[in-house]
Design a protein around this ligand. Structure first.
Ligand SMILES: NC(=O)c1ccc[n+]([C@@H]2O[C@H](COP(=O)([O-])OP(=O)(O)OC[C@H]3O[C@@H](n4cnc5c(N)ncnc54)[C@H](OP(=O)(O)O)[C@@H]3O)[C@@H](O)[C@H]2O)c1
Length: 292
């Protein structure tokens, strides 16, 4: 299976590359590239650069994990957000008409007012980031019958930004305010890779939009679970309200629901409790993920 992996230097792309490099023939690209990792440089928002790329490779599948997920930057510069999230997608669809494209999308295509969003629910993004992800999804689904959407919630392993931050604070005995009124459904990286593998390998997929996520949980309780499983004092995790905080674009409930995905791909999702307990503390500065 030959794969063009965009965003290969990013957090999502690195997980994909590490997991599947020996199984698939992967050509990784990113905006700047990385010679050491054999990742090519290509600005995918540049139409002619993407056409040039298409002269040199003809992948069976494109995993489109390039984009800008920085919510504040997207708000400040909607054009940049459009270029990174929408234009890159349009260029790939045009330049690679024969490839199956799996677009890595986000829970932010929903408004975050009620949670439990299913794959078939109408989208209603409120942020520039969410609007550009939604626009890429809709364009792709309309323009190509080989375009598939895989939405995830915040992806986590032992090195996810939120968990690294928590670990640093808890290690130095600092209390951390965590919102008990901001719900989401964080995606464990092994579940993501499992679902992605099925989407890549299944020749005739029965649906166009898929969700991979964990159970709905508040940020407060997720932080508590992490503190307990990593052996920290969980009393340092303090209950706070997003309504009194300064964090913009944190919604009441952005959680996804994934029954259709699990049933149609025959996938089972574990619990955050089990996953967080599988993150093994190696020393005080690093956490590795043990085999589940
Ligand atoms: N991380 C999550 O929890 C999460 C959750 C839901 C959805 N997603 C989606 O997954 C995608 C990747 O997220 P991430 O966490 O991996 O982000 P990231 O770590 O910031 O990586 C972004 C990647 O996109 C590449 N890129 C950006 N603009 C590009 C362009 N014009 N041309 C070519 N490559 C470009 C970057 O290349 P350079 O490094 O060379 O600049 C980098 O490889 C995003 O679209 C995001 O919406 C992520």
């Amino acid at each position: 299976m030959s794969i063009l992996l965009t965003g290969a230097t990013g957090y999502v792309g690195q997980h994909i590359k590490t997991a599947f490099d020996s199984e698939w023939k992967i050509l990784g690209v990113s905006q700047l590239g990385d010679i050491d990792q054999n990742i090519a440089a290509c600005d995918l928002s540049d139409e002619s650069a993407v056409y040039e790329l298409a002269q040199t490779v003809s992948p069976d599948v494109i995993i489109h994990a390039a984009g800008d997920k920085n919510i504040q930057r997207c708000e400040r510069d909607p054009n940049l957000a459009y270029q990174a999230n929408v234009q890159t997608t349009l260029n790939l669809i045009k330049a690679f008409p024969d490839a199956k494209i799996i677009y890595i999308s986000s829970d932010y295509v929903f408004s975050g007012d009620r949670g439990g969003y299913r794959e078939s629910d109408p989208i209603a993004p409120l942020t520039v980031y969410g609007k550009t992800k939604a626009s890429a999804e809709l364009n792709g689904l309309i323009l190509s019958d080989q375009f598939y959407v895989l939405r995830l919630s915040a992806l986590y392993d032992g090195e996810a930004t939120f968990l690294r931050f928590l670990r640093e604070q808890l290690q130095s005995g600092k209390a951390v305010d965590c919102f008990d009124d901001a719900f989401y459904s964080p995606t464990f990286y092994k579940d993501f890779l499992n679902v992605l593998d099925k989407l890549v390998m299944t020749p005739k997929l029965s649906n166009r939009v898929y969700h991979v996520c964990g159970q709905r949980i508040s940020r407060f309780f997720f932080a508590k679970l992490f503190a307990r499983s990593a052996g920290f004092d969980d009393e340092l995790i303090l209950q706070a309200s997003r309504l009194h905080g300064e964090v913009p674009f944190l919604f009441g409930d952005l959680s996804l629901e994934n029954t259709m995905t699990c049933e149609s791909l025959d996938v089972t999702i574990g619990t955050h409790h089990a996953y967080l307990n599988s993150l093994e503390v190696l020393d005080e500065n690093s956490i590795a993920v043990s085999n589940l």
